[in-house]
Each structure stands twice: as structure tokens, then as C-alpha cells.
Design a protein around this ligand. Structure first.
Ligand code: HSE
Length: 415
């Protein structure tokens, strides 16, 4: 029997224990080894848990026990998860994790330590919850040059947007439902402000392009400024608003990487990815588009990916797996101001419609008006052809100077 430990008994940690216990015999059959849980680390008490004898509050119990070969770090946050993971890898223990914040901020370093100590650091659950994406990118699609990855990577915001689109529900009510269902982060600002999706696209970009794309290199916007008016204009335009994490390799080999709300056409494969589901589109030079779809958050989907990583580590106890990427100073990232894309803009003005139209057409490229039912008389919306962000901002500033208020601006995706 191979002994494992679980650090953190929250939503995901309790799911990991449940999945490992309930599937014990099928897991043993597939791994050719039984996997036991020797310790569960948590600072809290769980007096009603049937696993009383496994709980410990001491990390050293796990670190110093040579029987423990694989550890699931499902604590979340960078500290102390980083210090614990480092020490475990230095002792040659393999670590698996759902902790995207840690992988996104310290991945290059932890992978290097794992390599030096002939251990594995696996993180399938860090992106897409129960949706396989790390292994497909690093193995099944490895023969491709990946031109682009674009995904709905955050279940909470997708759940909120779906409620806004389908049920006209307020942002606050939808967020509180997502929290009750266990989708949201402890601090839901990480979901709604886009950082969670930013960490995930930074992990995917690092994996595919071989250089650590730290979250601070990712232009990040959340969904807090999206209104029901924008949702209605998107429908009139023929699409929906989704929070998209996207990385594209440009002709000059730089990366255009962003997390922001985007208008996507109804015909896009990502347009019907709703509720807590994630959808990730990978555009390979040989495969064309490949799409991964499934539950991106929640106890058991995420636990399923963590347990699969534990099994993989058990099967490769004395062998290294394939993950590796180098550190990077950000020089491969195209500054956001220089990126180019079409966009939607919603405006308000007391000028006449003719004056507004004249100003818009003189400043923005090929602006096409979008009309919605029940719009206020002084509200206008347009879809505009591609410009650099810097040029767009100059044009929008000129509109503001001429008495036209910019209420929203949202990228139009080519997905
Ligand atoms: N808060 C995250 C989400 C959990 O909503 O997608 C899964 O990473």
C-alpha cells in the first residue's frame, strides 16, 4: 500500500477523501497499488468525521513520515501552501494540487525543485476543475503548435452571467447562490474581478509556451461592470457576454494574454457553455479547434482531478513526469495597449442622434449601431472594427470631451 496525505479539509479536501475512500478498490485495480490516507492536515476540528484518527494539526507529522509518498495540497492560497509544498518536494515526496494561485505564482520554482528531487508536482485540478486540460495539452496535443487557447475558466462568474442572461437575476443574488453551492473562492473578489481566471490562463500559457507567464503579466478585468443593459445589447447583436481567458501567439511570437468579458457570437462553441460549466478551446496548427467541456468547480469534479493526479504519482513513484517550464521576465508579453481587437461600446449623450452618429463615425472604425427594446432615448450602442487599445482609448476620450459619456466597452471575440 502507498500512503498519501491530504492537506486541507475544506470543500475540495473532503471531496478528495470521499473519492479515494469510495473508489478504493477500482483505484487499486487501476494503479496496481492500494492507496491509503494516513493523515489529513487541518487546523480545525471535525468531531463528527469518521476519519478522527487521521486528523493532525502538525505538518511535521506528514513531512517526517517516510511512509507518506504523495501529498494532496488542497489548502488554497500561497502561504503556507508554498512553504509546505517546497519542503515536501525537497524530501522527494510528490505533491498534487488544485491550488491555482500557488501554481500560477510559484510553478516554475516548484517544478524545478520537484525535478531536482526526482519527485512530481502535478496540478490537473488547478484549471478546469473536473475537466481534463493539463494532461491533454502536455501529452495528447503535444505535437501541435498551439496558436491560441480561449476559455471560460471560472465557474462562479459563468454561473452569475448565466443567471443574469437567462433569469434577469441581480449580480448580488447570483453571487450569493454560487457561494452557497461551493463554487466561489473564499474571497469571491478573486472570481468576480477575474484573478482566478487570470491564474488559470497563466498556467495554461506557461505549460504550452514553456515560459512562466506570471499572473501580473495578464491583463485582467472581471465582470463587476457588466450590466443587464449590456446583456440585452449582446443579445440584439447576436451573442452573449462571457468572461474569457485567452492567450494567442502573435506573428511576432509575442503573447497576447488577457482575461476580460467578451461578446461572443451565438454560433461559437463557447456561447452555450453555461452555469458552473467551463469550456476551453485549444486551437492547434494540426488539430484545428479542440474543445474541452465540463464542471469547472465544485467538490467532487475537482476532487476527481486531484485523485487522478495522486494515482498518476503512485504509478510514477520513482520516475519523473513531463511538466516543466522556465522562469520568464515578461518580455514575451505584448503590452495590452498595443493589442488589437474589435469592440462594443455603450454610450449616453444629450446630443441629438445625428450629432452622436457623426462623432462616432469620425472617431471609430466602421461603427454599426445596435438597437435593443426599451432603451433610454439618450443611450446608444455600437459594434466597432478593430483598433489598438491605445487608439481606442484616445477615441473614447475624444467622445467624452464632446459630451458623449462612455458607459461600457467590451471586447468582441473571434471565437
Ligand atoms: N472559484 C473557482 C471557480 C473554483 O468558480 O471556477 C474552481 O477553480
Amino acid at each position: 500500500m502507498v500512503q498519501a496525505a491530504v492537506m486541507g479539509y475544506g470543500v475540495v479536501g473532503s471531496g478528495v477523501v470521499e473519492v479515494l475512500m469510495e473508489h478504493q478498490s477500482s483505484i487499486a485495480r487501476r494503479t496496481k497499488e492500494e492507496i491509503g490516507i494516513k493523515y489529513i492536515l487541518d487546523i480545525r476540528d471535525f468531531p463528527d468525521s469518521p476519519f478522527q484518527e487521521k486528523f493532525t494539526k502538525s505538518f511535521e507529522d506528514i513531512l517526517n513520515d517516510d511512509e507518506v509518498r504523495v501529498v494532496a495540497e488542497v489548502m488554497g492560497g500561497v502561504h503556507p501552501a508554498y512553504e509546505f509544498t517546497r519542503q515536501l518536494l525537497e524530501r522527494g515526496k510528490s505533491v498534487v494540487t488544485s491550488n491555482k494561485e500557488l501554481v500560477a505564482t510559484k510553478g516554475a520554482e516548484l517544478l524545478k525543485i520537484a525535478k531536482e528531487h526526482n519527485a512530481n508536482y502535478l496540478f490537473e485540478a488547478s484549471v478546469g476543475g473536473g475537466v481534463p486540460i493539463i494532461r491533454p495539452l502536455s501529452q495528447c496535443l503535444a505535437a501541435n503548435d498551439v496558436i491560441e487557447i480561449a476559455g471560460i475558466l471560472n465557474g462562479t462568474t459563468n454561473f452569475i452571467l448565466t443567471k443574469m442572461i437567462r433569469e434577469n437575476m441581480s449580480f448580488e443574488d447570483a453571487l450569493s447562490m454560487a457561494q452557497q453551492l461551493g463554487y466561489a473562492e473564499r474571497n469571491p473578489a478573486a472570481d468576480v474581478e477575474g484573478q482566478d481566471a487570470g491564474r488559470k490562463i497563466s498556467i495554461l500559457a506557461s505549460l504550452v509556451y514553456g515560459k512562466h507567464v506570471y499572473p501580473q503579466y495578464v491583463h485582467t478585468e472581471g465582470i463587476t461592470k457588466i450590466t443587464l443593459e449590456d446583456v440585452a445589447y449582446a443579445a440584439s447583436w447576436g451573442g452573449v457576454i462571457k468572461l474569457i481567458g485567452q492567450v494567442k501567439r502573435l506573428d511576432d511570437d509575442m503573447l497576447d494574454i488577457t482575461v476580460e468579458p467578451m461578446l461572443i457570437e451565438k454560433s461559437s462553441q463557447l456561447a452555450n457553455v453555461d452555469d458552473v460549466f467551463n469550456g476551453i478551446l485549444v486551437r492547434g496548427d494540426s488539430t484545428g479547434d479542440v474543445v474541452f467541456y465540463g464542471k469547472g468547480a465544485g467538490k467532487l469534479p475537482t476532487a476527481s482531478a486531484v485523485v487522478a493526479d495522486i494515482m498518476d504519482c503512485v504509478k510514477h513513484l520513482n520516475k519523473r513526469k513531463y511538466f516543466d517550464w522556465a522562469d520568464c521576465d515578461g518580455s514575451i508579453i505584448k503590452p495590452y495597449e498595443e493589442t488589437v481587437f474589435p469592440f462594443y461600446v455603450r454610450l449616453q449623450s444629450s446630443l441629438s442622434k445625428q450629432e452622436v452618429t457623426e462623432k462616432i463615425t469620425s472617431l471609430l472604425l466602421n461603427a454599426r449601431e445596435i438597437v435593443r427594446a426599451n432603451a433610454a432615448d439618450n443611450e446608444y450602442a455600437f459594434a466597432v472594427d478593430e483598433m489598438t487599445v491605445a487608439d481606442r482609448e484616445k477615441a473614447l476620450a475624444a467622445l467624452t470631451d464632446s459630451g458623449i459619456r462612455v458607459l461600457s466597452k467590451i471586447r468582441i471575440a473571434d471565437l
